[in-house]
Structures are given as structure tokens and as C-alpha cells.
Design a protein around this ligand. Structure first.
Ligand code: NAD
Length: 354
């Protein structure tokens, strides 16, 4: 297969971690006979320096026209004093809106080799943590009307059936590619928007008869994620609930440097990025963990290009890296071998097998 990938290296550790992900993709193309063409896109602080704009129109166009976008991270203290409409993060918001990516997928997976890194009890971690939160990204209370009148503030939470249906379908499709269990999270005992959410999910379930759908109230879900995360396969939920639950879920897995994410819209063209920022404190030192970015590239192969075997090859190589006792500084523990960002990339590339 031939695929055009827009690559945003960004700021801070962005270029270092992206470089390792590109080397991994090169190895996959070599092993599986694909052609990945990389097009560099300037976004964030580096684009402000070069173009005076965190995401110039022609850069957004390159992303929209690509088959998918791989992003490192943007931002840093250097651009703290630029006008707020020109901040590096504005480039990211514009990119998400411009690509119409309404579905944010963030996996919560604990690698058995890193189980000590979780703040949860060993007995809970040992049962396994491996689920994905599918979060609606461009609707709900964050995008409703916001106003303050005298001593009263109002934020409107609004969802239409079509908005719920499109994210619901992503939830079912994601579950179909995994263990076929979907948990729909809402607050239908209180909110009308949640009752509509539940109704639409159950209507969709009639089309996805191979998927086991369950419902859970959001307050119970927050508790269940720490009590027994092994019960979850895919969670689908609205914007604000997903924002809160996905941060909770990332925390129970250990290091921020290990976690990838994808954001998808109506087309197969997605935005893939690690969940962390540009980590200016460690930039340029060759100590960043590139695994979150490498796993984001694996998600791109799975969700945008339907390359399941290729994605699994990358994930198996990451697991083999950890099995061999190698660790970057953020996940280092006694008796392990410390490696830098580039060396981590070298070893993962070497361990990729068809
Ligand atoms: P951060 O995620 O960049 O860093 C938080 C801590 O985690 C730091 O100590 C950092 O060294 C560490 N860390 C992060 N990624 C790591 C990795 N791959 N390997 C090892 N350690 C890692 O968050 P921050 O410091 O709050 O933000 C720094 C900049 O990044 C800010 O300008 C912020 O706006 C921006 N940011 C960008 C994105 C994005 O591009 N999607 C997301 C969040 C923050």
C-alpha cells in the first residue's frame, strides 16, 4: 500500500521522538512492502518562528490532504508571551477543527513489565489493564453556549442524535477490532442529553449484534476504573466525561511517555500523537521516551490504514524491548538497562518482526 503521512515534529522533544517513530515506520514498510511518504508540516512554536503563525493555511492543507497525520508535540516557554491567538496550542486546536476529528481514542494499557509503575495495588494491576476510551471531541458542554450574567454563569450541554450516532459508531467499530465489549458511559439518571445518548447507543447496538453493549453511570465508571479496570474493553462517552475519565485512566498505567492517542473524524484520515507535551525540561538531551509516539504510529496503521498485523508487529517490538530489560529514564527501575531516546528507537526497530 502507498500512504502519504503528514509529519509534525513540533517543538521541544517533538523532533527526537518523531524521528524514532519514522524509523519504525520505515522498517514496517521494508518488511511488509508498503510505501510511506512523509511530508513535513510546520506547526506550533517552530511555525511561529518561521511563518509568524502556529499553523499557516498551507500547512493545514497538507494535513487535510494527507492519508493521516503524525504529531510529536508543540509548545514551550519561549512562546509564552506571544498573543493568545498565536500560541502554539492554537495551532493544535485549529488542526483538530480543520481535520474535523470528533473522536479521540486513548488507550489505557499497562505493560506487564511496568506493573510496578502503576499507583494501583498489585492485586488489581495483575488482573490486567487494557482498554480504550473513545471520547466525543468537538461537541457537548465545551462547545455549547457559555455566558455569565451578573451572579449567574451558564454553560449549555447539547447533543444531537447525529452527533451521538457518529461517535457511537466509532465506539462499536473500535470494539469490533478488539474484544467486542463496549461500555457506554453517561448520566442518564439526571441528564436529558445522557438519556438521548443511551437511546442512540441501544439503537446502534441492533446493527452491531456481535458487540456486547453495557451502560454505566459516569460516577460509577470513575470508581470502577480504579476498582477493577480489567472489566473494560472499550468505553464510549461524551466530551467532558471522556476528558476526566481519560486522565484518570492514563494515570493508572504509569508513565505519560508510554501512552499514544488517535483522533478521527468522518474519514480514515486521523491525527495520531502521544498524550504528553513537548517536555522542554528534557528537550535535546536524548533522554525522552519515544514509545508513546511509536505506539501512536501503530494506532495509525491499525485505525487509518487497516494494517492490523503491522500495528501488532510494532506493539510486539515494544514489548520485546521491555522484556529485554531496557528502560528510558522515565520508566527506569533497579536492575534494568538505561537507554536514551535514539537507542530506544534502535532497539525497537531491530526487534520488529513480520
Ligand atoms: P509535558 O507533558 O510536556 O511534561 C510533563 C512532564 O513529563 C515533564 O517532566 C516531562 O519531562 C515529562 N515527559 C513528558 N513526555 C515525556 C517523554 N516522552 N519521556 C520522558 N518524560 C516525559 O507537560 P508540560 O511540561 O505541562 O508542558 C510542556 C509544553 O507542552 C507546554 O508548552 C504545553 O502547552 C505543551 N503541551 C503540548 C501538548 C501537545 O502538543 N499535544 C500536550 C500537552 C502540553
Amino acid at each position: 500500500m502507498n500512504k502519504n503521512i503528514a509529519v509534525i515534529r513540533g517543538d521541544g522533544i517533538g523532533p527526537e521522538i518523531i524521528e524514532q517513530a519514522l524509523r519504525v515506520l520505515d522498517k514496517i514498510s521494508e518488511l511488509y512492502g508498503h510505501t510511506f511518504r512523509f511530508t513535513d508540516v510546520d506547526m506550533g512554536g517552530c511555525a511561529i518562528d518561521k511563518w509568524g503563525n502556529p499553523l499557516p493555511d498551507e500547512m493545514l492543507e497538507k494535513c487535510v490532504k494527507s492519508d493521516s497525520v503524525l504529531l510529536g508535540a508543540v509548545g514551550g516557554n519561549k512562546w509564552n508571551d506571544v498573543p493568545s491567538n498565536l500560541r502554539p496550542e492554537k495551532g493544535l486546536l485549529r488542526l483538530r477543527a480543520g481535520m474535523g476529528v470528533y473522536s479521540n481514542n486513548r488507550p489505557a494499557k499497562i505493560w506487564k513489565q511496568l506493573s510496578d509503575a502503576s499507583p494501583l495495588k498489585k492485586s488489581i494491576v495483575d488482573k490486567g489493564i487494557d482498554f480504550i476510551i473513545v471520547r466525543e471531541l468537538i461537541g457537548g458542554i465545551y462547545f455549547g453556549e457559555h455566558k455569565t450574567e451578573n451572579d449567574t454563569a451558564i454553560d449549555v450541554l447539547k447533543y444531537s442524535e447525529s452527533e451521538i450516532e457518529r461517535i457511537g459508531r466509532i465506539g462499536f467499530e473500535t470494539a469490533r477490532k478488539r474484544n467486542k465489549k463496549l461500555c457506554s458511559v453517561e448520566k442518564s439518571n439526571v441528564l436529558d442529553s445522557s438519556r438521548l445518548w443511551k437511546k442512540v447507543m441501544h439503537r446502534l447496538a441492533k446493527e452491531y449484534t456481535d458487540i456486547e453493549l453495557s451502560d454505566m453511570l459516569v460516577d460509577n465508571c470513575a470508581m470502577q476504573i480504579v476498582k477493577d479496570p480489567s472489566q473494560f474493553d472499550v468505553i464510549v462517552t461524551e466530551n467532558m466525561f471522556g476528558d476526566i475519565l481519560s486522565d484518570e485512566a492514563s494515570m493508572i498505567t504509569g508513565s505519560i511517555g508510554m501512552i499514544p492517542s488517535s483522533s478521527l473524524g468522518a474519514t480514515k484520515c486521523g491525527l495520531y500523537e502521544p498524550i504528553h507535551g513537548s517536555a522542554p525540561d528534557i528537550a535535546g538531551k536524548d533522554i525522552a521516551n519515544p514509545i508513546g509516539t511509536i505506539l501512536s504510529a501503530a494506532m495509525m496503521l491499525r485505525f487509518s490504514f487497516d494494517m492490523e498485523k503491522e500495528a501488532a508487529s510494532i506493539e510486539n517490538a515494544v514489548s520485546a524491548f521491555l522484556d529485554s530489560g531496557y528502560r528510558t529514564a522515565d520508566i527506569m527501575s533497579d536492575g534494568m538497562t538505561l537507554v536514551g531516546c535514539r537507542k530506544c528507537g534502535d532497539i525497537i526497530v531491530e526487534k520488529i518482526k513480520k
